[in-house]
Design a protein around this ligand. Structure first.
Ligand code: FAD
Length: 391
C-alpha cells in the first residue's frame, strides 16, 4: 500500500473526529491527483492553505512516459519550489530559452514528496457533485457511497471530468489522430545531440527528445483506427503498431522503437476543447471550478498541456490566498478564471490552427490556417515566454 494511502473508512473517521470537521466549510477538495491536482495542492500548501486531494487510482498515476516543459512551465515550477530538483533529472535541450523533457513519474513523485502525507487520498473516485440545499456548498459523492462536504471544489480530474460535467462544460471532442509514446533506455549512453527532432512522412510523424544522457523519449503520431482500442491495451501490440507505422523512417528511429522500454508504451487517441469552448466556457459556478485538462484539453502539438496546468495551479492558489484573507467566497474563483481565460484561448487557438494544418483539408482552409498562424502567432515560441506571475 502506498505510504499516502489510507482507506476511505479511515478518512471519513478522521474527518468526523478531527476538529477540522467543525470548520469543514473552510476545506478545499481537489478532485484528481494528476499533475494539476498535485500542483494545485502544493501551491495551496505553500500559501498555508489546506486542501485534500481525492484520486481515483489506488496509487500515484503517471500515465504516459514524459512531457516537455518549456520556460513558462519552469517558471511555474520555480514558484512551486520544485524546479531545481527537477532540473537535475533532465538535460537542457538547445533551441529554446529553457526546454527539458521530464519523466512524468519523476514530476508526480516530486510533487507528492513535497506534500504532507495526510492530504492525498487514493482509491477515492468522485462520481457526482451536488449542492447542499442548506449552504449551497458542494458535496462530493464517492463510488463507495461516502460523501464529503467542502467549501471549495477544484476539478483537476482530466479529460473525462466529473467536475466539468457539474459545471455544464462541453466535453472534449476526438481528433482523427492518435499518439504512441515511449522511452528507450541506452545503458551506455545514446550519444545524441540534446535537441528535439521531429520528422514527417505523409500522415505519420515521429518526435524524439533526450531526457538525460541515457534515456530518449519519443512519440509517433498517426491516424486513429478502430483496431487501436484493442491495440492500446497490449504494449507488445503498441510496439508492433509503432514499428509498422515507421517502417520508412531512418533505421535509427526504427531501432529506437524496437529497443524501447515496453512498460513505458501508451497509445492514446487525441482529444481537444475548441478555442471557442474555452472562450465562452463557464469555468466556475458558486465555489466549484476546474483546472488542467478538465478545463482545457489540447492535442500535444505545442507540448503545453502540463505546463498550462501548473500555471493554473499557481494562479488559482494565488487568487484563493488573496481573497480568502478578506473572507470573500466566490471572488477568488472568478478572478482565477478571468486571469487564465485569454492565456488559454491563445494557447488553444495556436494548437487548433497547427492541428488544422496537419489534418487533410481543402487548399483554402490550409492557407487560411497558415495565414492566421503567421498573423497572430508569427513568434511561434512566444507562448513559452509567458509568465504566470508569483505564487
Ligand atoms: C500524447 C500526449 C502527449 C503530451 N505531451 C505533453 C508534453 O510534452 N508537454 C506537456 O506539457 N503536456 C503534454 N501533454 C498534456 C499533459 O499530459 C496533460 O495536459 C496533463 O497531464 C494534464 O494533467 P491533469 O492533472 O490536468 O490531468 P490528468 O493527468 O489526466 O490527471 C487527472 C487525474 O484525475 C484522476 N481522476 C479522474 N477522474 C476522477 C474522479 N472522478 N475522481 C477522482 N479522481 C479522478 C485521474 O485518475 C488522474 O490521476 C500530452 C498529452 C498527450 C495526450
Amino acid at each position: 500500500m502506498n505510504r499516502r494511502t489510507i482507506s476511505k473508512e479511515k478518512f471519513i473517521e478522521n474527518v468526523e473526529l478531527h476538529p477540522m470537521r467543525q470548520q469543514e466549510d473552510t476545506d478545499i477538495a481537489i478532485v484528481g491527483g494528476g499533475i494539476c491536482g498535485l500542483a494545485t495542492a502544493l501551491a495551496l500548501h505553500r500559501k498555508g492553505i489546506n486542501a485534500l486531494v481525492f484520486e481515483k487510482s489506488e496509487t500515484t498515476r503517471a500515465v504516459g512516459s514524459a512531457i516537455t516543459i518549456f520556460t513558462n512551465g519552469w517558471r511555474a515550477l520555480d514558484q512551486l519550489g520544485v524546479a531545481s530538483k527537477l532540473r537535475s533529472t533532465a538535460i537542457p535541450i538547445t533551441g529554446s530559452e529553457e526546454l527539458r523533457c521530464l519523466k512524468r513519474s519523476v514530476l508526480i513523485e516530486t510533487l507528492v514528496q513535497e506534500l504532507p502525507a495526510s492530504i492525498s487520498y487514493f482509491g477515492c473516485q468522485v462520481v457526482t457533485i451536488k449542492s447542499d440545499p442548506l449552504t449551497a456548498f458542494p458535496i462530493l459523492h464517492f463510488r463507495d457511497g461516502n460523501s464529503i462536504k467542502a467549501k471549495f471544489v477544484i476539478g483537476c480530474d482530466g479529460a473525462n471530468s466529473v467536475v466539468s460535467k457539474f459545471l455544464g462544460l462541453k466535453p472534449a471532442q476526438y481528433l482523427s489522430s492518435c499518439s504512441i509514446l515511449g522511452f528507450t533506455n541506452y545503458p551506455h549512453g545514446h550519444g545524441l545531440e540534446s535537441e528535439s527532432i521531429r520528422m514527417r512522412r505523409g500522415s505519420i510523424s515521429v518526435g524524439r527528445i533526450p531526457v538525460d544522457d541515457k534515456v530518449v523519449y519519443w512519440f509517433v503520431g498517426r491516424k486513429w483506427t478502430p483496431q487501436d482500442s484493442d491495440i492500446s491495451k497490449d504494449p507488445e501490440m503498441i510496439r508492433e503498431s509503432a514499428l509498422e507505422s515507421t517502417g520508412n523512417f531512418p533505421e535509427e528511429v526504427v531501432e529506437m522503437i524496437r529497443k524501447c522500454d515496453i512498460g513505458s508504451l501508451i497509445l492514446t487517441r487525441l482529444k481537444y476543447h475548441a478555442p471557442w469552448d474555452i472562450l465562452f466556457g463557464r469555468f466556475t459556478t458558486g465555489t466549484v471550478t476546474v483546472a488542467g485538462d478538465a478545463m482545457h484539453l489540447w492535442a500535444p502539438f505545442l507540448g503545453q498541456g502540463a505546463s498550462a496546468a501548473i500555471e493554473d495551479a499557481i494562479v488559482l492558489a494565488r487568487c484563493l490566498a488573496q481573497h480568502l484573507t478578506r473572507n470573500k467566497v466566490q471572488a477568488p474563483l472568478q478572478t482565477y478564471v478571468k486571469q487564465r481565460r485569454m492565456r488559454l484561448v491563445k494557447l488553444s487557438t495556436q494548437t487548433y490552427l497547427t492541428g488544422m494544418l496537419l489534418e487533410p483539408s481543402s487548399v483554402i482552409v490550409h492557407y487560411l490556417c497558415l495565414m492566421l498562424l503567421m498573423v497572430f502567432f508569427h513568434d511561434m515560441l512566444g507562448h513559452t515566454r509567458y509568465n504566470c506571475g508569483p505564487l
